[in-house]
Design a binder for this molecule. Structure first.
Ligand SMILES: Nc1nc2c(ncn2[C@@H]2O[C@H](COP(=O)(O)OP(=O)(O)OP(=O)(O)O)[C@@H](O)[C@H]2O)c(=O)[nH]1
Length: 383
């Protein structure tokens, strides 16, 4: 999965430019770049010759604080550019004279948030990979446009890259690389926990950005999985109405207890219990508003829409990060939700689906049939 990124990192460190393209957003212009302190006249000439797109210095917000815009002088440790003082020992390469005018009015210096997990666009991804390669958050970047001002995409982009021997990476690959390689979710506590179904090992994980704490319940006193194991994995979203208050309107509690039982039976598995995902990610207030609309006749999909909210607002990135931490390779995924599988698939996981069996009652009948018929879930009904 990360071979392409490894190659790109190798190329970046070896003073080669790299192309980056956003595979999810067609309007995000692909770009060619190198770490700012590797820029030289040859690279600038190449960009000018083959692209009519904008060429600029891209810096991370964090790095911006080091950049003294007023004095028109960059203050990189190893010296990037000097606006005024060309003779400074700090100067690595004065790219102003070559092509870039660092006049702020012309917006040729851009700062990016570098939150690739939230916004995997070309700029953020560029700064991420430059930093993975061991450089500071600054890059010289050139939008790839042809002579008519049309962005290079698809086959045209690949042909260009092939012709000039340039490595191409996608924003998605960089995001996946980050999740897999940069410690993100942190395990904060562990204990044995006797449950109705048997004793399990409970691990608490925290997302350092959102501060949300998730729970992992493992089959026995395992800390992580070992090579060759194929655990049973359940990625479960919290549901306070059924799991705490015994609501009969949904199948969430059934799914939680069934998966805990199955994990214990299998002797090798984990339930990843995701908090902060109440109501398919819309929160408890909105979920209860949606329930109230359902009392008026709306189904589970239209109720969310009526509230102006997504039908499913969940993001399973935290689960992905936990799966990496658990050292899961191949697994059986206990789910009826095709989107969950699709999401995990995109991170290169290899798994087989096990469809959950759920019991119908008069209160959940419509909801569960809507999940199957309107949301494409693979549930097995039975008592
Ligand atoms: N908005 C909304 N959320 C609901 C409703 N019923 C249950 N939920 C939430 O749905 C989430 C679980 O999603 P489901 O679609 O039941 O199941 P899933 O996790 O997508 O799929 P499985 O892996 O098969 O269980 C939990 O966060 C529940 O709080 C409802 O009617 N409306």
């Amino acid at each position: 999965m990360s071979n392409n990124i490894e190659l790109a990192l190798h190329e970046i460190k070896n003073n080669k430019m790299i192309i980056i393209a956003n595979n999810a957003n067609e309007s995000d212009i692909p770009a060619i770049f190198c770490p700012a302190n590797f820029i030289d006249v040859g690279k600038i000439d190449f960009c000018k010759k083959y692209s009519s797109g904008e060429l600029y210095l891209l810096i991370s917000q964090a790095f911006l604080t080091k950049f003294d815009e007023k004095s028109r002088c960059s203050i990189l440790n190893n010296g990037l550019v000097s606006y005024k003082n060309k003779s400074s020992n700090d100067v690595y390469c004065d790219i102003k004279d070559a092509v870039v005018d660092f006049n702020a009015d012309k917006a040729s210096i851009k700062a990016s948030q570098t939150d690739i997990l939230k916004l995997p666009d070309v700029q953020n991804s560029c700064l991420e990979i430059v930093q993975f390669a061991g450089f500071e958050g600054a890059a010289v970047i050139c939008e790839l446009m042809d002579e008519n001002g049309k962005m290079l995409r698809g086959d045209g982009l690949m042909e260009f890259a092939k012709k000039h021997g340039i490595c191409v990476v996608s924003t998605d690959e960089i995001k996946r690389y980050k999740i897999a390689n940069v410690p993100f979710i942190q395990r904060t506590a562990s204990t044995n926990l006797p449950t109705d179904f048997g004793t399990m090992q409970m691990h608490v994980y925290q997302n350092p950005i959102t501060k949300i704490e998730h729970i992992v319940m493992m089959s026995n006193s395992e800390n992580r999985f070992t090579k060759g194991q194929k655990p049973l994995i359940r990625v479960h979203s919290e549901c306070i109405t059924s799991e705490v208050f015994f609501s009969k309107k949904c199948d969430c509690k059934q799914q939680l207890s069934n998966s805990m039982k199955k994990v214990i039976e299998s002797g090798c598995g984990a339930v990843i219990y995701l908090r902060g995902q109440e109501g398919r990610g819309i929160g408890i207030t909105n979920k209860i508003r949606a329930y109230s609309l359902q009392e008026e006749g709306f189904n589970t999909i239209d109720a969310n829409k009526k509230l102006g909210l997504p039908v499913d607002a969940r993001d399973f990135t935290d689960a992905v990060s936990i799966l990496y931490d658990l050292q899961v390779e191949k697994f059986n995924l206990y789910t009826g939700n095709p989107n969950k599988g699709k999401f995990l698939n995109e991170y290169g996981f290899s798994f087989d689906i096990i469809s959950p069996q759920v019991e119908l009652n008069e209160h959940n009948n419509r909801y569960l049939h809507d999940k199957v018929e309107k949301m494409g879930h693979g549930l097995v009904f039975g008592n």
